[in-house]
Design a protein around this ligand. Structure first.
Ligand code: SF4
Length: 256
């Protein structure tokens, strides 16, 4: 990080906000992590939803998506980078059934035959004075009037009403990058939740994005301070129960 731009994606920004020590393990030390079943499920379903939009509109059916899911899983079956760690055959059957359920739920929300995606898994980036924002947007649609809609698929739980704005963190991040990099504020950002099928939407505006940009700059300063002082304070929370770094974490070794 010395002398270079700090690179930040929505997930690394979220890591630092929730636990600086977790950010250090992931973004600075780059320690390897096992692939959790939730991550693997998310990656697989995302891949199918990307590929279904590469098909001609008339073949973007649920049956075709189910075929793609089975085929993709067979392709990555022995790929340690993608396959969930420690999954026995019984768990794997349940895991696959749950992935299929998520995919079927997608078709309760949208009919991709009537949609036109301009970009899929779109890499975007923008450099602010001290910080490089970057990441991948699941889907961009351009309307006839030139306005943009950004969509992010979610395989986790639908947030409570109080946590809805926080759930839009990643898409507000991408709306800011779109605005700064391409001069377009997306007309709408959408979270498509597949677990309990529902769609949340938010219409970004300039004031919102200016405030978000200030938040990112403050976050960048906080990360640099932590780096310069070597003070990556652990922040124990319920997240620790799912953190693969717990055995290394000072918060847990001091208070076993
Ligand atoms: S175990 Fe908890 S406190 Fe430690 S790095 Fe993980 S999330 Fe942070």
């Amino acid at each position: 990080m010395d002398g270079t731009l700090l690179k930040l994606s929505p997930s690394s920004a979220r890591d630092f906000k929730s636990c600086p020590q977790l950010f250090k393990y992931r973004a600075v030390d780059r320690l390897p992590e096992p692939v959790s079943s939730a991550q693997a499920k998310g990656s697989l379903v995302h891949s199918v939803l990307q590929r279904i939009f590469l098909e001609p509109p008339e073949t973007r059916t649920q049956e075709r998506a189910e075929e793609l899911l089975t085929r993709l899983w067979n392709e990555v079956d022995d790929d340690a980078e993608v396959r969930p760690t420690e999954l026995d055959p019984v768990d794997e059957a349940k895991w696959f059934a749950e992935s299929m359920r998520l995919l079927r739920n997608y078709f309760r929300l949208e009919d991709p035959r009537g949609l036109s995606a301009s970009k899929l898994e779109w890499w975007v980036e923008y450099e602010l004075p001290d910080i490089h924002l970057r990441g991948i947007i699941d889907r961009l649609e351009e309307r006839d009037d030139g306005s943009w809609i950004l969509t992010d698929y979610k395989t986790g739980r639908v947030p409570s009403t109080q946590r809805e704005l926080a759930a839009f963190f990643g898409l507000r991040f991408y709306a800011l990058v779109c605005w700064r990099a391409f001069g377009i504020i997306p007309a709408q950002i959408r979270l498509v939740y597949l677990s309990d099928p529902s769609v949340l939407t938010l219409d970004p505006h300039e004031r919102m994005l200016v405030a978000f940009e200030k938040q990112m700059q403050a976050l960048g300063r906080a990360i640099r301070r932590a780096h310069d002082t070597e003070d990556w304070r652990p922040s124990p929370s319920p997240l620790c129960m799912h953190c693969s770094f717990q055995p290394h974490c000072p918060a847990w070794s001091e208070n076993p």
